[in-house]
Design a protein around this ligand. Structure first.
Ligand code: CU
Length: 388
């Protein structure tokens, strides 16, 4: 059934722009940090009567530096890690414009009682940001894998072919199936099939579950399957988009040679890039679209491997949220600003926007925005662009 888009060179420079709101927020955070440090230092300083308040602040800063340098690290090398966030070539903007955005539109579900899903695993170099290459373990079309859409109650027949160099597997969160039977390793050059009935509606992650799973997921072996609830359960959507959030941990900047996976960064949970559908900021340059008043449904999966996505649409409020992909309408939330999508989980979000304009959708854990988890919804075909 569905096939995914190829990854192409391309995209977009969104970092390094000045944003007064962000800067004032940063200022407030710094103030709060220093206020807290100064307070913490004042207690011992108060006992130690000889010291002045100025000394206390100096001590606090020194203590903060020491704590920061000596903070427990995931690995012994954490202190030496170098971030490649924002690395871009001079022609990043042209590359962003030339990039073929991963198609976010939900494909149609196949007719009939059985959905046949063929997945091809491949070692492939992908682009994860303008000019940034990454040696991925992914799918025939790159990362994420193809968006799969089935209807609740359909049989889903998965056929996985491993065209990579090492064993892989595929774990479908939408399945109730013995994992030791279905999710086992597939040797290079081999295929495996299994079938499950998609009884549980929602949006689910699928991913390679071969050890080390952290590495297989971080290298691109993930995707989303939408299990559409029975007809009539959800209001009819005019547009439906699928976003797969993920993090990338790079061994180099990836500008000349493809970067590879960095386990130290992955253990420290300090990604270089964070993306929707595998490419930083691709929907800023190539916005998703809607007409004023349309019901737009976002099916969001956070593939992680380790960080949540805090889904938020700037300039509006989510009309109806189905947190964690619980599609029971009586469990839905209404009028909420930001909803967490956990690593390895999903969320479904309905919005209706009346006023034409450019509405950024982000992970409001804002480091994620600087690292690429940002796109635009263009309502009413307006001109221009914006960043956030
Ligand atoms: Cu794998």
């Amino acid at each position: 059934m569905a096939t995914s888009a190829a990854q192409h060179p391309g995209t977009q420079g969104f970092s390094g722009r000045r944003d007064p709101d962000r800067e004032s927020a940063v200022g407030l955070k710094l103030f709060a940090l220093f206020a807290g440090l100064a307070l913490g230092a004042m207690i011992p300083i108060g006992i130690w009567m000889a010291s002045s308040a100025q000394n206390a602040r100096d001590d606090a800063r020194a203590a903060a530096a020491k704590v920061s340098a000596g903070a427990p690290a995931a690995t012994a090398h954490t202190g030496a890690m170098h971030s490649f966030t924002g690395a871009s070539p001079a022609n990043a903007d042209a590359l962003a414009a030339a990039h073929h955005a991963f198609p976010a539109t939900l494909p149609a579900a196949p007719a009939g009682p059985v959905a046949n899903v063929n997945l091809l695993l491949k070692d492939v170099t992908v682009q994860i940001a303008p000019g940034v290459k990454y040696a991925a373990w992914a799918w025939a079309g790159g990362a994420p894998g193809p968006v799969i859409h089935v209807r609740q109650g359909q049989q889903v027949k998965i056929t996985l072919t491993n065209d990579g160099a090492i064993p892989h597997s595929v774990d479908f969160h939408a399945a109730r199936i013995a994992p030791d039977k279905a999710f086992g390793d597939v040797m290079p050059g081999k295929s495996v099939s299994y079938t499950f009935r998609a009884n549980d509606p929602g949006v689910f992650m699928y991913h390679c579950g071969t050890k080390p799973v952290l590495m297989h997921i971080a290298n691109g072996m993930y995707g989303a399957i939408v299990v559409e609830p029975a007809p009539g359960v959800l209001p009819k959507a005019d547009r439906q988009y699928v976003l797969v959030a993920s993090e990338w941990y790079l061994s180099s900047d990836g500008l000349k040679q493809p970067a590879q996976f960095d386990m130290d960064k992955a253990h420290a949970r300090t990604p270089d890039w964070m993306t929707f559908n595998g490419y930083a900021g691709q929907y800023v340059k190539h916005p998703l679209t809607a007409k004023p008043g349309e019901l737009v449904r976002f099916w969001v999966v956070d593939a992680g491997p380790s960080l949540d996505t805090d889904f938020h649409i700037v300039g509006t409020i989510i009309n109806t949220a189905y947190p964690f992909g619980d599609m029971n309408p009586s469990d839905a939330l209404h009028g909420v600003q930001t909803v967490t999508v956990p690593a390895g989980g999903g969320g479904v979000f309905d919005v209706k926007i009346d006023q034409p304009g450019l509405y950024p959708f982000v992970s409001h854990a804002f480091a994620a925005v600087d690292q690429g988890q940002v796109g635009l919804l263009n309502v009413g075909d307006v001109a221009g662009t914006m960043t956030h």
